[in-house]
Design a protein around this ligand. Structure first.
Ligand code: ASP
Length: 328
């Protein structure tokens, strides 16, 4: 059993044992969002990212800035060799190169992004430097690497023995086929709302395993993999990036919230847009969105069951199963 499924099973059973089953069954809309104690809050894609939300919470609970929280949060899986979809330990492309994508946005609407970046363990921090130290939004490939090295980041080998082994096993058939909810889709997208009601977001990934060399997904594209607008809220995506890129999913979620939609309704709209435009690919592939608005209300929705997320709010760090368009 892969570690994601094992994790889910343990968490689910743990939760039921602790009497939380009813809580799990709620959709995000049914949570009690009495505004008073809803801030600060942080939400992230995928259950195993509880350590990431805990790192973000440390910043938020002590009055820190949402931007610092999301950076600190997503750096956790970036440095974790056991996480095969983000940073160090990420599965390589089909030629054996680990290539990373990340983006970040602050409460002023500033944005920074890197894509097709190799050899740097923390692409999110490079993305932040792009945002803060250059007149640009996005740097890619060799240029992004040069910038990172000039900024003092260390060049490292990010291909772990496990990832190399997985790639060697994959090469036997060399069949490129993303699968729903397995380790190949574990991008972390994170949205934080701090005590001063500032919103920030981050997204980081090694992208789809065994992708073509040079492939860039949705994760580093502002408005696709993540979008945050301090007037409204933020959203992030995970899953088959091509579907999110074609629909600019996170931007759509934020715009729906701007029009007054609850974050849960907003993420449902983005998933339904994908399903109506690309019905065949929808059958085969997973996409999940998370969202949080300025009131600390959140939403999460997937195409298929199996998408889960972490919410740290009111001092509790909890994993929830997202509702989905399709049933089992
Ligand atoms: N969205 C990412 C990509 O397409 C994959 C993921 O969510 O893991 O690169």
């Amino acid at each position: 059993m892969n570690s994601r499924r094992k994790f889910l099973q343990n968490t689910l059973f743990g939760s039921i044992a602790a009497g939380n089953a009813a809580f799990w069954a709620k959709t995000a809309e049914q949570f009690d969002h009495s505004a008073k104690d809803a801030l600060p809050a942080v939400i992230a894609t995928w259950g195993p990212n509880v350590k990431a939300t805990a790192a973000a919470w440390q910043v938020l609970s002590t009055g820190g800035r949402a931007l610092d929280a999301v950076e600190a949060g997503v750096r956790v899986p970036e440095a974790d060799p056991a996480d095969t979809s983000v940073g160090y330990g990420g599965l390589p492309d089909r030629d054996g190169n680990v290539t990373l994508d990340a983006c970040i946005m602050d409460e002023f609407g500033n944005a920074g992004s890197v894509s097709f970046l190799q050899h740097i363990m923390h692409p999110i921090s490079v993305a932040r430097r792009v945002m803060e130290k250059t007149p640009h939004v996005m740097l890619v490939g060799e240029g992004a690497l040069q910038f990172a090295l000039n900024e003092g980041f260390k060049k490292e080998n990010l291909l772990t023995d496990n990832a190399r082994k997985a790639w060697e096993d994959w090469k036997v058939k060399s069949e490129y086929k993303p699968q729903i909810n397995v380790e190949r889709h574990d991008t972390i997208g994170m949205i934080a709302l701090d005590k001063q009601q500032r919103i920030a977001g981050a997204c980081t990934t090694s992208g789809l395993a065994f992708k073509m060399h040079g492939r860039v997904g949705d994760s580093p594209v502002i408005g696709a993999g993540m979008f945050a607008d301090n007037e409204v809220g933020g959203a992030a995506a995970t899953g088959l990036g091509e579907l999110v890129l074609r629909t600019l999913g996170s931007f759509l979620v934020v715009e729906e919230m701007r029009r007054g939609a609850h974050p849960q309704k907003a993420v449902e709209t983005a998933v339904k847009r994908i399903a109506s435009k690309y019905p065949e690919q929808t059958n085969e592939n997973q996409v999940g969105f998370i969202a949080m608005d300025k009131k600390g209300r959140h939403g999460a929705f997937g195409i298929h069951p199996g998408f889960n997320y972490v919410l740290y709010q009111r001092g509790e760090n909890k994993v929830f199963e997202a509702a989905s368009l399709k049933s089992r």
